[in-house]
Design a binder for this molecule. Structure first.
Ligand code: ACO
Length: 335
């Protein structure tokens, strides 16, 4: 049995910066409300006709592959996590295979929203551990801005989300004490609709229903979030799944060198930081600059932390996420 390690990281965000004041021009909101509740100061929005979820993922992936020091043809498998794919089908994994010109390797699409990157890394880790693959490209990318209700009606959700992509190459590691030590995945579908986008879908409303009804009050094709309920569940599950990961490896919170939480809300990250008694240097946050980029948030934050020299060989790095599904998970890494 092998281990896997992260051998390359990259991220890409679109150039277009949207501040809280910019949002207050199109909806009834303000900088103070947004910063106080979420910590967000600005986010990036793709200008229509430029990037897509796939193209951002490809840009991030190119950097990650180069930093891994491998050729694209050494990639054995692709995992792509997103809730905002270019097409309803096929998923973006195959589009990355095409656009990067990678040979006909398998491409898997992960639909676990904010936990998507954690799920993707966990899947990739198992393939590498089993010896089946040597190098796996894992991408998290989201283009939220085109699908949000950018009016006062949608302000509780729209101000939170931003666009961007992050990518990691996972590579076989022969030293069993290094790399990904364990991953932990959970779900609780009874709360599926508390953070969801239900249309178009075959369950409740398909495109033809929306077109036929032409109801101006219809919000089924915009994301819905029961914010306070999500918040309460997030703080509990984040903590649980971090403790689970540490315990399995015989570790405790004092052993954490760097916690990269999914950038859901700065208040959630601060709650978790306080609970585990971690210093500001032990938790990486960048939601201030990018908002919540869902499946992309952990790989963007991890890349930035690594680029800033905050993740070094021998460090214990913990990744943790919670989001729609509900799904949550953690990955424990000896860097
Ligand atoms: N600007 C100004 N006012 C607003 C805005 C806005 N953008 N959005 C909502 N309001 C108003 C509401 O209409 C409401 O007004 P009312 O009291 O007159 O009815 C008031 O502000 C309070 O609204 P709440 O929704 O109760 O605000 P809350 O304090 O719960 O904050 C928030 C909302 C920030 C979403 C919070 O619930 C939260 O952080 N939830 C966690 C969910 C989260 O982080 N989700 C991220 C995505 S999911 C994930 O990644 C885990």
């Amino acid at each position: 049995m092998y281990n896997s390690r992260i051998s390359g990281l990259g991220f890409y965000v679109p150039e277009n910066v949207v501040t809280n004041d910019d949002l207050s021009q199109v909806m009834d909101t303000n900088d103070e409300w947004i910063q106080e509740r979420t910590g967000i100061q600005e986010r990036r929005h793709v200008i229509k006709g430029t990037d897509t979820t796939t193209s951002m993922g490809v840009k991030a992936a190119k950097v990650a592959i180069e930093r891994a020091g491998i050729d694209k043809d050494e990639i054995d498998f692709i995992v792509f996590a997103t809730l905002s794919p270019d097409y309803y089908f096929p998923g973006p994994g195959v589009l990355v295979q095409r656009d990067l010109g990678i040979k006909t390797v398998g491409a898997l699409d992960v639909r676990n929203q904010c936990s998507g990157f954690i799920y993707g890394v966990s899947v990739a880790d198992q393939y590498i551990k089993s010896g089946m693959y040597k190098n796996i490209l894992v991408i998290g990318s989201e283009l939220h801005s085109h699908g949000l209700d950018m009016t006062t009606r949608g302000r509780g959700v729209s101000v939170i989300f931003g666009d961007g992509a992050g990518a990691a190459v996972l590579t076989r590691e022969e030293d069993a004490s290094k790399g990904i030590l364990s991953s932990h995945l959970h779900s609780e579908g009874q709360h599926a609709e508390e953070l969801s986008l239900i249309a178009p879908g075959m369950g409740k409303r398909w495109v033809t229903d929306i077109i036929e009804e032409q109801d101006p009050e219809d919000t089924s094709y915009f994301p819905y979030m029961n914010g306070q309920f999500v918040f309460k569940n997030a703080v509990v599950r984040f903590s649980e799944v971090i403790i689970e990961g540490l315990k399995v490896n015989g570790l405790s919170a004092e052993d954490i060198d760097m916690l990269i939480p999914h950038q859901a809300n700065l208040r959630i990250s601060q709650f978790v930081q306080k609970k585990f008694g971690l210093s500001n240097d032990q938790v990486y946050n960048n939601i201030m600059n990018y908002g919540n980029t869902t499946a992309a948030s952990i790989p963007i934050a991890l890349t930035e932390a690594w680029e800033a020299g905050k993740v070094n060989e021998g460090d214990l790095v913990v990744l943790a996420a919670f989001g729609s599904g509900f799904t949550w998970g953690s990955v424990i890494i000896k860097w």
